[in-house]
Design a protein around this ligand. Structure first.
Ligand code: 5GP
Ligand code: MN
Length: 327
């Protein structure tokens, strides 16, 4: 049966008509940017520039060291040009709601928002919402738009798009790596995408401080539910001990998830005055639903949330939410 209450994505044709109509764009990526949010925005931005459009890139946080290989990253900033036309279209990539862009985002009118995303819990916060939950990355949503726009995909654009795929499939390891995704990736390599550089920058570029921090987090890990649940934390003191920063925490939860018998892994990142929680599932438990119970979101197998309160409270709230989802 068709669920009439489920929000419907805008058609590719409708979105492309809007992209053709507008002359200025701001591509928006989320805080703590990853290769998908940034790569998708850069790919679409580069393509729109090829069509003679004016393009800016808004991102509250600086571009992470290992994403600077993508074209146009030197133009990404939190500054908004004073002469930006009022009818510029703000294109949000890879986020369920506008708040994920951070508090530096100026107040926008809904009619100037296009939301391009692949998250299950996307809130359809734009005038147009191009939300394809079957896509492996936001970048592959952008690929559909580029095809319909008939913009040639050059090597720079192809590298951004392949980055989105490799980021969100964990280097072709997650279950969203379908035959179609591999075919698209092959096509991008033929168009000149630099897979070697992406692999090097995203998967083989670890700082010693990050590995030391991983070691500390593994030391602190707690296993529960007969080995089905594992959680750990990282705090300011551990970061300082290892000479690490927030970027160095990204991979830890995936290592926890890779432990034999684990169904759900949680990492509590308690630093810079907040608690960010990353959740990963091996496929039985829906961690998007668990995160949504606490105001977060994401995907079935990968989700996150911000918890307000003490670490002890966060640990028990997350465990309750996971149990409510069948852990
Ligand atoms: P990570 O653990 O890597 O920060 O996030 C995993 C997934 O959950 C990503 O797809 C991310 O977009 C989503 N996610 C992380 N934090 C939040 C949050 O606070 N709200 C929502 N809606 N999604 C989040
Ligand atoms: Mn994504």
């Amino acid at each position: 049966m068709i669920d009439a209450s489920a929000p419907v994505s805008a058609t590719t044709e409708r979105v492309v008509a809007e992209l053709r109509k507008r002359s200025a764009f701001v591509m928006v990526s989320h805080v703590k940017p990853d290769g998908d949010t940034l790569g998708a925005g850069l790919a679409l931005g580069l393509a729109l520039k090829r069509l003679g459009k004016r393009v800016h890139y808004f991102q509250q946080d600086p571009v992470p060291r290992n994403l600077r290989f993508m074209a146009d990253t030197q133009y990404v900033s939190r500054e908004i040009p004073a002469d930006l036309p009022e009818d510029a279209l703000w294109v949000f990539c890879d986020m369920s709601n506008a708040a994920r862009a951070g508090e530096f985002l100026p107040k926008l009118e809904r009619k100037n928002i296009l939301d391009v995303d692949h998250h299950l819990g996307n809130e359809h916060f734009g005038e147009l919402n191009y939300v394809l939950t079957g896509e492996c990355s936001t970048g592959t949503c952008v690929m559909h738009l580029l095809r319909a726009l008939e913009v040639p995909v050059d090597a720079d654009i192809a590298t951004c798009l392949l980055t989105t795929i490799m980021t969100d499939t964990g280097g072709f390891m997650h279950s969203n790596t379908t035959p179609e995704v591999l075919q698209l990736s092959a096509e991008l390599m033929r168009l000149g995408a630099n897979k070697e550089e992406i692999t090097q920058e995203i998967f083989a570029n670890k700082r010693l401080a990050a590995l030391k921090l991983l070691g500390r987090a593994l030391d602190e890990a707690t296993v529960e539910q007969d080995g089905r649940y594992i959680w750990s934390y990282v705090d300011d003191a551990m970061l300082a001990q290892c000479g690490a920063d927030g970027e160095d925490t990204e991979e830890i939860v995936n290592h926890l998830r890779s432990v034999e018998g684990v169904e759900v892994a949680a990492l509590f990142k308690h630093f810079d005055g907040e608690i960010r929680v990353s959740l990963r599932s091996s496929g039985r438990i829906n961690v998007q639903a668990a995160a949504a119970r606490l105001g977060g979101g994401g995907h079935f197998r990968a989700s996150g949330l911000t918890y307000v309160g003490a670490l002890r409270g966060a640990v028990s709230a997350v465990e309750e939410a996971l149990k409510a989802e069948g852990l």
